[in-house]
Ligand binder design. Structure first.
Ligand code: C5P
Length: 280
């Protein structure tokens, strides 16, 4: 039986405001997330005699895609033996949401494969049990995330292009939130209104996890400097890091800048995508 192929895009948090640690072990956030074109994993989902999650970087029961299958089986109350193969292009522990996107693709793909008849709202509800960022990838586009990031409402973003850059090791999300808890609280930011154009966007991007990520990984300063040196109009930490995004008004400017970055490390040129995970 043939499988389904899905594109699982990366995301960028153009704004990530973080509140104090709650009793549930999570931080309340207000974040504007944008699905990206130009950087995606490819996830293949097929029916199998028994479950398997194959990925060069993780795979097996520790993978978020495995948790996605657990959550889907719990939802429908029966086994859904599925083989998931993940072709990784999105770097792990970069703050680009790769693992969450793969989990969302697994949910969407397995639900279709097994003919579960679940709609997007059902899948988003199941996705929220898998991880804070997983519902976003079911929906895609531009969304505000509240709560842990899983409560979505549609947002808007002006058009932009970004150069993604990482030359140092990855960062674990819990470690970055832990460092955040040990630092002074960030200044309160104005309400969640979105900027109307690129110039406004460049002055508006913000990530409250930046001081924590920088404290854990001082080499991030070099990536930020390199992006500024090639003309980025603003630089923002991706999620909990360790990737950085330099913003440009057009893809051509971003491509030129990416070519002028120092050799080595990870780089990619991206722009906003209309949707989320999709069957191709
Ligand atoms: O929800 P997810 O499993 O992706 O979260 C991973 C970890 O990141 C949590 O266990 C928590 O330590 C931290 N986190 C947080 N506040 C959020 C999202 C994640 O503290 N809003």
């Amino acid at each position: 039986m043939g499988g389904l192929r899905l594109v699982a895009p990366a995301k960028l948090n153009l704004r990530l405001l973080v509140g104090p640690l709650g009793d549930d072990g999570y931080h309340p956030v207000s974040t504007l997330m944008v699905a990206l074109e130009g950087l995606a994993d490819v996830v293949t989902v097929s029916a199998a005699a028994r479950r398997a999650v194959i990925c060069a970087e993780a795979g097996g029961p520790g993978d978020l895609a495995w948790a996605a299958l657990d959550a889907l089986e719990a939802e429908v109350g029966r086994p859904l033996p599925t083989r998931v193969e993940i072709d990784k292009r999105i770097p792990a522990r970069a703050g680009l949401g790769g693992g969450s996107s793969d989990a969302a693709a697994t949910l969407v793909g397995a639900a279709r494969l097994h003919g579960l008849g679940l709609g997007a709202p059902d899948l988003e509800r199941v996705a929220a049990r898998v991880g804070s960022d997983v519902p976003f990838f079911v929906r895609g586009g531009v969304q505000w995330g509240a709560g842990r990031g899983e409560r979505l409402r549609p947002g808007r973003a002006p058009s932009f292009a970004a150069v993604l850059r990482r030359s140092s090791a990855g960062l674990a999300t819990p470690a970055v939130y832990g460092a955040f808890d040990r630092m002074p609280a960030p200044f309160a930011a104005a309400g969640p209104g979105e900027p109307g154009d690129f110039v406004g966007l460049a002055a508006w991007v913000r990530n409250d996890l930046w001081p924590a990520a920088l404290a854990l990984r001082p080499a991030l300063a070099r990536d930020a400097r390199d992006l500024v040196a090639v003309g980025a109009r603003a630089v923002v930490l991706c999620g909990s890091g360790s990737c950085l995004a330099g913003l440009f008004p057009h893809p051509e400017a971003a491509r030129d800048a990416a070519a002028r970055l120092p050799a080595g490390g990870f780089r990619a040129v991206v722009n906003p995508a209309a949707g989320g995970v999709r069957i191709v």
